[in-house]
Design a protein around this ligand. Sequence first.
Ligand SMILES: NC(=O)CC[C@H](N)C(=O)O
Length: 309
Amino acid sequence: MEDLQALLDDIHTTLSARDDKGKVATYIPELARIDPAHFGIAVIGVDGTEYMAGDAELPFSIQSVSKVFTLTLALGKHGDSLWNRVGREPSGTAFNSIVQLEFEKGRPRNPFINAGAIAVTDLILSGHKPREAIGEIVNFVRFLSGDDTITTDQAVAKSENATGFRNFALAQFMRSFDRLDHPAEHTLGVYFHQCALAMSCRQLAHAGLYLAANGRNPVSGSSVVSRERARRINALMMMCGHYDGSGEFAYRVGLPGKSGVGGGILAVAPGKASIAVWAPGLNDYGNSLLGTAALEILAKRTGWSVFGL
Ligand SMILES: NC(=O)CC[C@H](N)C(=O)O
């Protein structure tokens, strides 16, 4: 395998020169202001070695990448009973789609589409005030990444709270099937804050390291989840992490990954490394255009894939 740092520098140079950077999300007004020219990538090996290129230390809005961490947290609190609320099948629909919810009686297909993530957040809220649940999520992500400086971007959370009509519709609709335990405003108050977590590629790659290392963070030495649970979360990321673009991502990259509309993607090369990439311009599925391209090149040149050696 070629030198990883040289490879990241090459990916950064090649992709920064591309004219077509995709389109930044505009439905959350605060995200519409982000410069699509940003590009960052960080790879943390399971031995803790860090490789970075571009804006790898600049915090960005992780948005739906947070759904991996809230799923992990909620599984820790509720165990497999979580699956009574949400399924484990790819949806084949957009991240914010409502259509399947009626046919499937308010049980979202998986924890990574918006409806499913809102149901997971509702479980985290159990027994808490929204403020406490937000604190618990922030503390969990700080623990995962070993970095106490991580916070939520209040302007992004506020911006989404003011314009997240679709998410309110999803939450109210689930509530009509008795699938949420809390008022939509409470659950979404927490959900918008988890999406507004601001993290750099470096912090994000550290936070995802447990998924590359059998459930244990090799840098901090902490056990996060069992080996079996880490595998299962990876399986869900592979099947559902990119919504109706999940098949295409698996085909091109071949690694479990989770995207967010802020342009971030967390990808996991089991036994090898945790990878975070950020390029704010999105493709038609709402996944980072150049982030996907970067991971495709990285996977090809390293040979990292869960589908073969
Ligand atoms: N795909 C995403 O990143 C969506 C997250 C965003 N906060 C939303 O709920 O619409």
